[in-house]
Design a binder for this molecule. Structure first.
Ligand code: ADP
Ligand code: ZN
Length: 213
């Protein structure tokens, strides 16, 4: 199964991707996570990506496309994958289709998470992230059992540098302008399915499962 999770920052793509990965035993490929790791490692890629990420802008297409091309060729992707945060522009979507075509593959389903922007802002401003396992928590709506510590792996939680008011506003704007047009792109190809991103994590997950089954 090859799927794409589409939706604005804070829509819950990462959380659902992790649950899907456990359920279907296929890798979650998050360009955001790959780029954050490059930044943490201070690699050449990370140094270039950091300025874009800190400003809430997209990293240039050619960089992320190359990352994905390499990643989906790895053995663990043979039985499928979950793309989380890619594609984010029409060019990325077109290049992804081309790459898959040369491999004789295609995307099965694109799940679009619909959440209104006021809710997104609330979620992102109170959010903390686990650097160890990628789990997300929220100060008021989903606090960790022990303050500042990941429930799952015990690592110390941090607030992403791009989860501040100004950068959040920019990310939402970039989403509307660059990424939202992908809904039509995939709708025209008969692949788009939408879920309401409101509700508990489990409720949303059961909606997602209904759509992929
Ligand atoms: P969110 O969806 O919450 O904004 P991500 O972790 O998906 O967070 O992405 C964080 C940042 O990484 C983005 O704001 C952008 O700068 C960069 N990034 C991630 N994926 C892509 C992509 N496919 N194309 C361009 N930039 C990306
Ligand atoms: Zn963790």
């Amino acid at each position: 199964m090859r799927m794409i999770l589409l939706g604005p920052p804070g829509a819950g793509k990462g959380t659902q991707a992790k649950m899907l990965k456990e359920k279907f035993r296929i890798p979650q490929i998050s360009t955001g996570d790959i780029l954050r790791k490059a930044v943490a490692d201070n690699s050449e890629l990370g140094q270039e990506a950091k300025t874009y990420m800190d400003g809430g802008r997209l990293v240039p297409d050619d960089i992320v496309i190359e990352l994905i091309r390499e990643r989906i060729k790895e053995d663990d992707c043979d039985s499928g994958f979950i793309l989380d945060g890619f594609p984010r522009t029409i060019v990325q979507a077109e290049k992804l289709s081309e790459t898959l075509e040369t491999m004789g593959l295609d995307i099965d389903t694109v799940i679009d998470f619909e959440v209104d922007s006021q809710e997104l802002i609330t979620r992102l401003t109170g959010r903390s992230t686990c650097p160890g396992c990628g789990a997300m928590f929220h100060g008021t709506t989903r606090p960790p059992k022990q303050s500042g510590v990941c429930d799952f792996c015990g690592a110390k939680l941090y607030q992403r540098p791009d989860d501040n008011r100004e950068t959040i506003r920019k990310r939402l704007e970039v989403y509307e302008n660059e990424t939202a047009p992908l809904k039509d792109f995939y709708r025209q190809r008969g692949k788009l399915k939408s879920v309401q991103g409101r509700g508990t994590v489990e409720e949303i997950f059961s909606q997602v499962l209904r759509l992929v089954n």
